[in-house]
Design a binder for this molecule. Sequence first.
Ligand code: 13P
Length: 282
Amino acid sequence: MLVTSKELLEDAQKRGYAVGAFNVENMEFVMAVLAAAEETGSPVIMQTTPGTLKYAGLDYYLANVRAAAERTKLPVVMHLDHGNSFELAMQAYRTGYTSIMIDGSKLPFEENIALTKRVTDACHPGGIPVEAELGKVGGKEDDLENGDDNPYTDPDEAKEFVARCDPDSLAVGVGTSHGVYKGVPKVNVEVLSSIRKVVDIPLVLHGTSGVPDEQVKDCISRGICKVNYATDLRIAFTRGVKAHMEAHPDDFDPKKYCAPAMEEIKKYVIQKMEVVGSVGKA
Ligand code: 13P
């Protein structure tokens, strides 16, 4: 069933695990992520960035995820990832997304608060939770790019931010980046613990593809309740397509090369559901 992220993340926070949030690019991603959730009994969040939405649109992605949600008893969330304007957040809300991120992290502090508050004021009366972001996640998320300035979320600012604009969850800058890492990333877990001491809502880790599993588990023990994976699913899918086409260069039926590509995603997502501790939590 399609649910909001509110209860899922609150349960994760209470019981000390995290829910995996997986970026879906097409119907095959949705099917593969659902298959992984079914196999592990995991609650699951599927999400789309503004870049992905330019490819197909809110209605197409929601229809795919709704179809998946209707086939299962597991809780499934449709989340707008990195919503970059009030207008897009409202379009996602009206289309029927069950969780909305507004990312004002590139704005000055006061403007981020004002934008986030506008979105929480609009979404909360309809029972739709809002994820906000404070601090920087580096790298490039589709066509959204962040610079190399100080990435860390300031705990005191985080406390004030949450008090003033009332988000339901908060994405924090703790040293992760979107995309493929050049070396092995090192999450600043002390910053995370300092934020947790003064902020009591579920915290969100972005840019998790390529972050060693042990670091992800450490982050979860310090308050991360939602863990985002995008790049590695794209890599897994493409690896499956390439391997199939190398072995069968004359194949032309997408069903033939998408099946192994979905298997690659499913394998990856099952392993990450084990890492975040969501197995059997649905
Ligand atoms: P990765 O692409 O590094 O997995 O980041 C995903 C993400 O944070 C989506 O918002």
